[in-house]
Design a binder for this molecule. Structure first.
Ligand code: FMN
Length: 169
């Protein structure tokens, strides 16, 4: 049985750039009875309104978007490198077509209504406190629009990081 300890955000030694770019994360919303997850490599670790926050950006066509809308909590799980192929799977298949929890080894755990995975080594437990849709009118850098050939502009969900769980063994 794996164990996690709860640490404070300022005790976490996470490099936001290398973690998102190289390791990726698994964004999960919903309850243990009904959840969905997808791989992310964009997002923000930071401070907002005096709170430690994680900003997740989700395109409206993702199945996970529906779960982010319906639920007040979300989690972001970060894994050791051996799970890259399974993260790739969760980042290319939709929960509309496959049950990603059945099709991968990811083993869900309930944390007071939020779901994370036993194989993670770091987990952010977040409470949604704000959302904001990207408006192409506000794209100053003309290259940004190239990320939206289908006009699926991200919704930014700012989550207050309520807890960080760190694997102890
Ligand atoms: C490395 C990687 C990073 C991704 N980052 C994001 C992201 O930050 N936001 C997003 O909306 N989709 C992102 N995606 C795409 C979703 O993970 C992908 O479309 C997924 O299949 C959506 O699953 P769903 O329909 O079950 O929600 C990423 C995919 C990969 C492989």
């Amino acid at each position: 049985m794996c164990k996690f300890k709860s640490i404070k955000p300022d005790e976490a030694k996470i490099n936001p750039f290398s973690t998102l770019k190289n390791e990726w994360g698994l964004l999960t919303a919903g309850s243990i009875e009904d959840f969905n997850m997808m791989t992310i490599s964009w997002g923000y670790f930071g401070m907002m309104w005096n709170k430690p926050v994680f900003g997740a950006v989700v395109r409206p066509n993702r199945f996970t978007y529906e779960y982010m809308e319906r639920n007040s909590l979300f989690t972001v799980s970060f894994f050791p490198p051996e799970f890259k192929a399974e993260l790739e799977f969760c980042g290319t298949k939709s929960g509309r077509d496959v049950n990603k929890a059945f099709e991968t080894s990811f083993d869900p755990i309930d944390n007071n209504g939020a779901v994370y995975f036993s194989q993670a080594d770091i987990v952010l437990i977040c409470k949604k406190i704000c959302f904001q849709d990207f408006d192409p009118k506000n794209f100053i850098d003309p290259e940004i629009i190239n990320h939206y050939p289908e006009k699926q502009y991200h919704r930014l969900y700012i989550g207050e990081i309520e807890k960080i769980l760190k694997k102890t063994k």
